[in-house]
Write a protein that binds this ligand. Structure first.
Ligand code: ADP
Ligand code: MG
Length: 146
């Protein structure tokens, strides 16, 4: 299906699935933004760029999946931004462009394996800055207005 995927929405509270514990807090998008995610795009991990409100644009890794506890149609879109923020940003507006599909969702055998995979995802996101073509997306007009 078609990339890039443009997303904008409000950051809502998740179900505390241990983002911080995994050194990977994820900003969960509100339902309207989740519903704007193309239904034919696969679940899994994407990388691209994102900003909060009108702050700088940073690399991001995004996971798209279904929350089994809340029924099969409860899709979630969660964005980890590769930046150390001083504060939480619940209720703020996040703007993102997913430019590359990394991998499908996967069950890991241990927390260590999961953390390893997350670290690989984050590395791939950081490397976007080194790709001349892909880093051009930071300049896209989608990021220049809220
Ligand atoms: P929740 O289950 O509520 O989503 P998380 O543990 O996933 O909780 O933490 C997500 C929250 O952490 C985000 O909504 C945001 O307010 C905050 N946060 C702080 N730093 C980041 C970051 N680098 N990327 C994403 N969210 C971050
Ligand atoms: Mg989260």
């Amino acid at each position: 299906s078609a990339l890039p995927i443009f997303l904008r929405g409000k950051v809502v509270r998740g179900y505390g699935r241990g983002g911080r514990e995994l050194n990977c807090p994820t900003a969960n998008l509100d339902e309207t933004a989740v519903n704007s995610f193309p239904s034919d795009a696969p679940t899994g991990v994407y990388i691209g760029f994102a900003k909060v409100n009108n702050d700088k644009v940073y690399p991001m890794a995004m996971s798209v999946g279904y929350n089994v506890h809340f029924g099969n149609d409860n899709k979630t879109v969660e964005i980890h931004i590769l930046h150390e923020f001083e504060n939480d940003f619940y209720d703020e507006i996040i703007t993102a462009i997913a430019i590359k599909y990394l991998r499908p969702m996967k069950q890991f055998n241990s927390k260590e394996e999961l953390i390893e995979a997350i670290e690989e995802d984050k590395k791939a996101a950081r490397n976007l800055f080194n790709d001349t073509e892909l880093s051009k997306w930071t300049q896209h007009s989608y990021f220049s207005k809220l």
